[in-house]
Design a protein around this ligand. Structure first.
Ligand code: NAP
Length: 248
């Protein structure tokens, strides 16, 4: 399939599992060479890489904690060495921890913000030095920025900050022909949501016009659009893949 990604190089952070793994597979299926970043689960990353390679795609697996600036820098230097170019960055790596207000402490704040926000900032800095005309930065944020529920304060704040950061970046990088957009997802079935109570899942489904939870591919398809030439006039946007639980 040709969706304009032939010969392009994409870095997907947190691509060993869940939504990131699906994005990596999707971009590879559309012709991109994909860098699969992970932080702990090497075996899962290798599995995603093997699937892509079996289908004829080209991959690089890179361990790096996105919260660690030095590791992120090294990741991009390895991309330079292997592929010599960068076209697409998908800032997908993220964590979620439930904490009601009274249980929020500095350690929780730092964990969430350093991975979910600082990780996006440092990876975007590295990417911006390499991206050229037609470059893409795509962040995976969350419907919790618009319709949230108790104990998700710091997570929702981190994702809201990413969306605001992206709008500013879109103004900085637009003159160079680089677009910056967010995809905010509703509840998607991954390891992140595997611990959700049946009542919580049911409540989401009932509140969702399309009456189901999301699958990683539901988000990956929107990312593929934003990565493609088809989105050339789209920047500074936050696009919902939520089943309609949030409308804009
Ligand atoms: P997931 O299944 O928990 O997978 C998380 C991925 O991020 C894994 O590949 C993990 O790598 C990686 N990761 C975590 N911390 C990292 C770090 N410090 N450095 C590099 N990689 C790291 O999560 P998911 O549900 O696919 O979520 C992906 C993104 O979508 C997140 O940003 C999340 O906030 C967002 N999102 C998810 C949902 C949902 O309902 N699932 C909804 C809205 C938004 P390892 O395998 O090595 O641990």
């Amino acid at each position: 399939m040709n969706n304009g990604l032939e010969g392009k190089v994409a870095v997907v952070t947190g691509a060993s599992r869940g939504i990131g793994a699906s994005i990596a597979r999707k971009l590879a299926a559309q012709g991109a060479k994909v860098v699969i970043n992970y932080t702990r689960n090497e075996e899962a990353a290798r599995q995603v890489a093997a699937d892509i390679q079996r289908a004829g795609g080209e991959v690089l697996i890179e361990r790096a904690d996105v919260a660690d600036e030095a590791q992120v820098k090294q990741l991009f230097e390895r991309v330079d060495a292997r592929f010599g170019r960068l076209d697409i960055l998908v800032n997908n790596a993220g964590i979620l921890e439930f904490r009601p207000l009274e249980a929020i402490d500095r350690a929780h704040y730092q964990r969430i913000m350093e991975i979910n926000l600082w990780g996006v900032v440092t990876a975007s800095q590295q990417a911006a030095r390499r991206l050229g005309q037609g470059g893409r930065i795509i962040n995976i944020t969350s419907a919790s920025t618009r319709s949230t529920f108790p104990a998700l304060g710091m997570y929702a704040a981190s994702k809201g900050a990413v969306e605001a950061f992206a709008r500013t970046l879109a103004t900085e990088l637009g003159p160079r022909g680089i677009t910056v957009n967010n995809v905010f997802a509703g509840m998607v079935e991954t390891d992140m949501t595997a611990g959700s109570s049946p009542e919580g899942v049911q409540a989401f489904v009932q509140a969702t016009p399309l009456r189901r939870t999301g699958q990683p591919e539901d988000v990956a398809d929107v990312v593929a659009f934003l990565a493609s030439e088809n989105s050339r006039w789209v920047t500074g946007q936050s696009i919902g893949a939520t089943g309609g639980v949030v409308m804009s």
